[in-house]
Ligand binder design. Structure first.
Ligand SMILES: Nc1ncnc2c1ncn2[C@@H]1O[C@H](COP(=O)(O)OP(=O)(O)OP(=O)(O)O)[C@@H](O)[C@H]1O
Ligand SMILES: [Mg+2]
Length: 261
């Protein structure tokens, strides 16, 4: 197993509210796990915790997150360089927060990739332009010359997806990446995810959309009120849900019905 999350709990330090309660799941090499469930059920919190993005001064985080046998929940921030980005990369639900507001995108992307010299920069721009075109953003020059606030949430999210494609991490956590975009872009993004899957990248796909989950996830874990209530192969969970809540979710998902039934 690549990633093994065991009994992970997250609670606010100030109010002691339990946001995620004893969650366990794993993601194997080349596997795509869907994290599904209603709004507020703890999907993003779990994802951010795996990415070590939750401030330990605000949140108590207990349990275990093992990455290829190494415990990450207690690892020092100084040891995270390689883990975030090269090993695991997250495409966040709110992409605006992922960019610095005062810098043009081209500048911050170049800084993020620590590019030096004109040749390296030119080669990178070419690869980045191709990755942007793959997610339906053909005008790379305009995007690189823009500040984050000049672009829509859906566009910024696709820029994040393009950057992730370039980084080639071993595990990608995609948090609701098809929610803020139009149907054509959704189609292209799903295609990119499928390509990644074929190339052997592992993924955690967080989504409300059962059609998306049915299309690309090998297994799904259903979250409710901070807990995983059901987990299994996607087809089994969707066709023979064990939990009443899952059954209701499946029934409510028209897209899923259209896609599979
Ligand atoms: N910074 C925060 N401080 C305290 N509580 C928070 C914070 N962010 C989220 N929460 C709470 O944690 C719980 C889980 O939120 P989370 O964002 O993980 O839900 P989600 O499943 O991703 O929902 P959605 O599908 O709407 O994105 C919710 O009750 C939410 O109100
Ligand atoms: Mg969320």
């Amino acid at each position: 197993m690549m990633l093994t999350v065991s009994n992970l709990s997250i609670c606010t330090k100030r109010t002691k509210e339990v946001l995620v309660h004893s969650v366990s799941f794993s993601v194997g090499n080349g596997e795509t796990l869907g994290l599904i469930g209603e709004s507020g059920s703890g999907k993003s919190m779990t994802s951010k915790c795996i990415m070590k993005l939750l401030n330990p001064r605000l949140f108590d985080q207990t349990g275990s997150i093992q990455w290829n046998g190494r415990e990450m929940l207690t690892v020092k921030m100084s040891e995270l360089r390689d883990y975030r980005g090269r090993q695991i990369s997250m495409i966040p639900q709110n992409p605006m927060t992922a960019f610095a507001p005062m810098l043009k995108l081209g500048k911050q992307v170049e800084m993020g990739f620590s590019l030096k010299g004109q040749t390296e920069k030119m080669a990178f721009r070419k690869r980045f332009a191709a990755a942007l075109a793959d997610v339906n953003l053909p005008d790379a020059r305009k995007i690189l010359g823009s500040y984050p606030h000049e672009l829509s949430g859906g566009t910024l999210q696709r820029v994040m997806i393009a950057l992730t494609l370039l980084q080639r991490p071993k595990l990608i956590i995609a948090d609701e990446i098809t929610t803020a975009v139009d149907a054509a872009s959704e189609y292209l993004i799903l295609n990119e995810l499928e390509k990644l899957k074929k190339s052997g990248v592992s993924m955690i796909v967080v989504t409300h959309d059962f059609g998306v989950a049915a299309k690309i996830c090998d297994r799904v874990a259903v979250m409710k009120n901070g807990e995983i209530i059901e987990t299994g192969k996607t087809k089994d969970v969707f066709t023979k849900p064990q939990h009443e809540y899952t059954r209701q979710l499946v029934q409510a998902s028209v897209l899923f019905q259209e896609g599979l039934c």
